[in-house]
Write a protein that binds this ligand. Structure first.
Ligand code: PEP
Ligand code: MG
Length: 883
């Protein structure tokens, strides 16, 4: 087998297509090299080696050692440098590279190959001893941390002490001799802590770093990350080894990161940051605040630090050309890492750049308009779930802003919450149902869980590409980074802002769109969905086959749904209409009546309210289909609970409170979700279904008149398991329909159908379809009843199922294709066999989940129905599913 792939000097053994084998980093280095771009030579050890390593008790394949040796000579041939050479020593970087970028793994070791001998050679060669010894101490620090497992804080202490003794504030004030002393102290500390010296042999160093990359594939953080992102363990990581180039060789050297377009707004302008006289990790770590690459960006940011364009115009021009070329080549916005060594540009990485949803839309639309990609491709480029970000509120433009600080607008959206200073506190608050704003000097991968739990993130250090900024954008959370005028004091848990001291628990608001930090809560506004969003939606709607409806019962929800492009209502849960105001009292009267006469008296009160609700819904939906479901939930949900409530209902019914309490107790059920609910209610008390049917038909007559658009209601019977249940209820509905039509002397077209939400209904769908004119799969109950897992109690133990790898995804979020999905498939097939062309939809939560929507397309459903805010997501996902 071929374990190692080389690249360099315009040639490469692999290409961008070899991502699975070479990892994202290795594959793109090979591709850039083959394109003739300036890439330091190197080689990539494949992901197959990683798998082999774990399959064979953490050993390497026999030939790997010779392969690596050969590949080192390949670098030597190009650079004229060798490991350990005391004239021209070779130094390399060692980096991990999985198929997907994976925080939590060992990332990078730089300057590998330095030792007591080679450091002198580097000093002589560059004529810069300070640079050489600074690099050596960085290497010792990094290597001891990530390879030997010695916490970097021990080195920071030594360095801080040294600076204090010398009376220096900044690292750059230290001379070569100062660094030599620091190095001696570092080495002594390593021996003391680890009982072994710092390795001097470069090959030994290299194997140490390779081993550290492979073992980091199985460290706890990487395992957690894989689980959260569904990355299989079998993928493994590759290791890329590459000749070093130095961004810290003086004022003609620099290192930076850039995006070919703005990752926050999507604007077609090179956007990035760099540091003069620095190495890669300095930019990402956010220790020094970086400078803008372009003059435009510098001016926009109001920065007085010169841009790269200004101070290194030639390297800047080269970089612009390379970035344009890479974007065209990959036909996507690229995220680039580069180093300038003595004025010469070197590319260290390219990959598709992470971006906000807003930027993703703009970039996709503009690339399609530029002819770089097709419209269909543009639609496929947008992650439907990310649209959620655009649906986040922003600060009302008219609101008063009590600004206490400003940082970079690192991730859009606004949020209000209580200040917390640790990820643990953020999680704690979230568990208590409170909203937290995570405030940190900077964040690291250890903070991911806290960032998940927080509403928004604020850091006082670091740029647009700092950890906090990148991760927040990925999560779609508002983030302000590098708010340098604010001071965080972890020990006292305070945030010092322009003379104001804020404590843990104080309320602040973060505006990720402007970078402002505001005191207190601020009025928010819902976003507008036009422009690029509208364009992508228009293109998506052209290719979409399935219709998208909304689950809505209130006028507000129905209007929201329409504004998001819903093509009807797929589920109106009528029970939700009975909780408001006086209605609940009438509803309770109805339930608690002990005979039909009493029930009918209460229903007479409810009829006009129901009718006016339906008129409003029909008017809002203006001729679009509306599916109304008959009363479904267990009656106990409506029962009066407190003494006060009992007294109120008793008075309304003119009965004794004690008798009412008795009746309430008698309605108690042990297992209400499997109890007296759904169509069972309509069978016990047909007058309820009749009242609802009457309200629907009378409303249809009224709305048809007021809008001029014909209304064709779809009446849906819940929780049917037996065909005879549907026969019974449908007969009542038809009778009411006939009455209303006669009274109004008008013909109403309507459908009577059923939910398929019990396994028996799916299995007997051919028989049920002889009666039902449409099916709507109620995958919430269908999941509950197929698994026998209570949908209300599942989260406590399903979490541990996921952690223990028993299930990959929560089946109440993403449809269980093998089980529940199979029942949907059976139900759909049998339904169509009995009634060709039967209208089929889904109205469980899954109707708004992109993966489940793909499944619905496969089964050939006619529509999905989801909550109003998910409608845009569903439209896009449905388009992608039918592509
Ligand atoms: C369902 O069960 O999937 C459904 C849509 O109904 P509900 O959630 O109201 O039970
Ligand atoms: Mg249900």
């Amino acid at each position: 087998a071929k374990w190692v792939y080389t690249f360099g000097d315009g040639k490469a053994e692999g290409s961008a297509g070899d991502r699975n084998l070479l990892g994202g980093k290795g594959a793109n280095l090979a591709e850039m090299c083959a394109l003739g771009l300036p890439v330091p030579p190197g080689f990539t050890i494949t992901t197959d080696v990683c798998s082999w390593y774990y399959d064979n008790g953490r050993k390497y394949p026999d030939t790997l050692e010779t392969d690596v040796k050969k590949s080192l000579s390949h670098i030597a041939a190009i650079t004229g440098r060798n490991f350990g050479d005391t004239e021209k020593p070779l130094l390399v970087s060692v980096r991990s590279g999985a198929r997907a970028s994976m925080p939590g793994m060992m990332d990078t070791v730089l300057n590998l190959g330095l030792n007591d001998g080679t450091v002198e050679a580097i000093a002589r060669e560059t004529g810069d001893a300070r640079f050489a010894y600074d690099s050596y101490r960085r290497f010792i620090q990094m290597y001891s941390d990530v390879v030997m497992g010695l916490d970097h804080s021990v080195f920071e202490e030594i360095l801080e002490d040294t600076k204090a003794n010398l009376g220096h504030e900044v690292d750059t004030a230290l001379t070569a001799d100062d660094w030599k002393n620091v190095i001696a102290l570092y080495k002594a500390k390593i021996e003391e802590e680890l009982d072994e010296p710092f390795p001097q042999d470069p090959e030994k160093q290299l194997w140490g770093a390779i081993g550290a990359v492979f073992s980091s594939w199985m460290n706890a953080r990487a395992i957690t990350y894989r689980r959260l992102h569904n990355i299989p363990e079998s993928w493994g990581t590759a290791v890329s080894v590459q000749a070093m180039v130095f961004g810290n060789m003086g004022d003609r050297s620099a290192t930076g990161v850039a995006f070919t377009r703005n990752p926050s707004t999507g604007e077609k302008k090179l956007y990035g940051e760099f540091l003069v006289n620095a190495q890669g990790e300095d930019v990402v770590a956010g220790i020094r605040t970086p400078q803008n690459i372009t003059e435009d960006a510098r001016i926009a940011a109001g920065s007085d630090k010169p841009s790269l364009e200004k101070i290194m115009p030639a390297a800047f021009a080269d970089f612009c050309a390379v970035s344009e070329r890479l974007e065209k080549h990959y036909t996507d916005m690229q995220d680039l890492e580069f180093t300038i060594e003595n004025g010469k540009l070197w590319m260290l990485q390219t990959r598709s750049g992470k971006r906000t949803a807003k930027a993703a839309l703009k970039i996709a639309v503009e690339m399609a308009e530029e002819g770089l990609i097709s419209r269909e491709e543009a639609v496929l480029r947008i992650d439907p779930a990310s649209l959620d970000q655009l649906l986040h509120p922003t600060i009302d433009p008219g609101a008063e802003r009590n600004i206490i600080g400003t940082g970079l607008p690192a991730s859009p959206g606004a949020a209000t919450g209580e200040i917390v200073f640790s990820s643990e506190d953020a999680e704690q608050l979230k568990a208590e149902g409170r909203k937290a704003i995570l405030v940190r000097i900077e964040t690291s991968p250890e903070d991911i869980h806290g960032m998940h739990a927080a509403e928004a993130i604020l850091t006082t250090r670091g740029g647009m590409t700092s950890h906090a900024a990148v991760v927040a954008r990925g999560m779609g959370k508002p983030c302000v980074s590098g708010a340098g005028s604010l001071r965080v004091d972890y020990r006292n848990e305070t945030l010092l802002a322009m003379g104001v001291v804020l404590k843990k628990g104080d309320i602040i608001t973060i505006d990720g769109g402007t970078g402002q930090v505001l005191k207190g809560a601020v009025p928010m506004r819902q976003p507008e969905l036009s422009g690029d969003f509208g364009q992508i939606m228009e293109w998506a709607d052209k290719t979409r086959r399935m219709k998208v409806r909304a689950n809505a019962e209130t006028p507000v929800d129905a209007r929201t749904a329409r504004s998001f492009g819903a093509e009807g209502i797929g589920l109106c849960r009528t029970e939700h209409m009975f909780f408001e105001g006086e209605r609940i009292v009438a509803m309770r009267e109805m339930i608690l009546a002990d005979n039909e006469k009493g029930r009918r008296a209460a229903l007479d009160k409810l009829l006009p309210m129901q009718r006016s609700d339906f008129v409003e819904l029909f008017e809002i939906m203006h001729g679009l289909p509306v599916t109304i479901r008959l009363l479904d939930p267990p009656l106990h949900e409506f029962l009066p609970k407190t003494e006060e409530e009992i007294a109120e209902v008793a008075a309304a019914m003119n009965v004794d409170a004690d008798r009412l309490r008795e009746r309430t107790d008698s309605l108690h059920e042990t297992n209400p979700m499997l109890g007296h609910r759904g169509c069972r209610l309509a069978i016990s008390y047909p007058e309820i279904a009749e009242m609802q049917a009457r309200a629907i038909f009378e409303a249809a007559v009224a709305a048809a008149k007021s809008t001029g658009a014909p209304v064709e209601p779809e009446i849906m019977v819940p929780l049917v398991g037996l065909r005879a249940e549907l026969d019974f209820v449908k007969a009542r509905i038809d009778a009411v329909a006939a009455d209303v039509m006669k009274e109004a002397d008008i013909k109403i077209n309507y459908l009577v159908g059923t939910m398929i939400e019990l396994p028996r209904a799916a299995i007997r769908a051919h028989s049920i379809a002889e009666v039902a004119e449409f099916f709507s799969f109620g995958t919430n109950d269908l999941t509950q009843t197929t698994f026998g897992i209570s949908r209300d109690d599942a989260s406590s133990f399903l979490m541990s199922y996921q952690v223990k790898g028993i299930i990959e995804q929560d089946p109440f979020v993403t449809i269980d294709i093998d089980g529940v999905g199979e029942l949907v498939r059976i139900g759909a097939d049998k339904g169509r066999a009995a009634r060709p062309g039967i209208k089929l939809g889904i109205c469980g939560e899954h109707g708004g989940d992109p993966a489940s929507i793909h499944f619905c397309e496969e089964v050939g459903l006619d529509y999905v129905s989801c909550s109003p805010f998910r409608v845009p997501i569903a439209r896009l996902a449905a388009a992608q599913a039918s592509a």
